[in-house]
Structure formats: structure tokens, C-alpha cells
Ligand binder design. Structure first.
Ligand code: FES
Length: 136
């Protein structure tokens, strides 16, 4: 199966590969796997004190489409609020990368990873924080 030019571009020159400190309070980490193929994606966001995503990184052990999807969303995430980030849909990713139907689940992985990263970030700034303070 041929990959689109967009996928090849991201696959050959992935943007924002790497790690952020997952223990940092301003970092949210999302780790998700696709049961169908076993591919795994880790997406991290770094949020400034105004609630805007200032940095994003990924590491993906998976197919070219999954790597391209995660690379693309790290570019999209920067400068967005958490609410705006939560609105990114896998079909937007699939459309941008011209993914064929059998590869749409790779973009779902990226959407799920964004949501998981936001949830992790919010957990550090919401109930989890309160619980921690109550016991200390
Ligand atoms: Fe499963 Fe791409 S083939 S994430």
C-alpha cells in the first residue's frame, strides 16, 4: 500500500520527537495502544500558566501512519488551549494525511493520545492535587 506524500514527509522528518519530564506539574502525558495492531503512542504536552500548550513531544512505536499522525498533532497542539486541543478529531488528521480507510485507526490513536495527555495534565491540577494536599 502506498503512503501519501504527507505521511512520507512526516515519517521521514518527524516533528517534535522526544520526551518531556512526565513528573513536571505543567506536563501531561498520554500513553495509548491500538489493540488491533499493537502499536503504541506516547504524547506529551507542556502547558503554560495561561493554559496554553507551549510544547508537545511524541514517541510512537508503530506504523508510518501512526508516526505521521502523532508528528502532525504535535504541530497542531502548540499554541492551542486545552479545550481547543480536545476538539482535534481523528478525521481531521486522517484527512490532512490522506489516510486510506484501513489506516484510519492510526489517527484514532493520536486523538486518544491527546485526550489522555489532557486528562493526565488536568489530574495534576484538579482532584489529584487536592487529594495529595489532604494527606500531606
Ligand atoms: Fe495500527 Fe497504524 S497500523 S497504528
Amino acid at each position: 500500500m502506498a503512503y501519501s506524500d504527507q505521511v512520507i514527509d512526516h515519517y521521514e522528518n518527524p516533528r517534535n520527537v522526544g520526551n518531556l519530564d512526565k513528573n513536571a506539574k505543567n506536563v501531561g502525558t498520554g500513553m495509548v495502544g491500538a489493540p488491533a495492531c499493537g502499536d503504541v503512542m506516547r504524547l506529551q504536552i507542556q502547558v503554560d500558566d495561561k493554559g496554553i500548550i507551549e510544547d508537545a513531544r511524541f514517541k510512537t512505536y508503530g506504523c508510518g501512519s501512526a508516526i505521521a499522525s502523532s508528528s502532525l498533532v504535535t504541530e497542531w497542539l502548540k499554541g492551542k488551549s486545552l479545550d481547543q486541543a480536545g476538539e482535534i478529531k481523528n478525521m481531521d488528521i486522517a484527512e490532512e494525511l490522506a489516510l486510506p480507510p484501513v489506516k484510519v485507526h492510526c489517527s484514532v490513536l493520536a486523538e486518544d493520545a491527546i485526550k489522555a495527555a489532557i486528562t493526565d495534565y488536568k489530574g495534576k491540577h484538579g482532584t489529584a492535587e487536592v487529594a495529595e494536599e489532604a494527606t500531606s
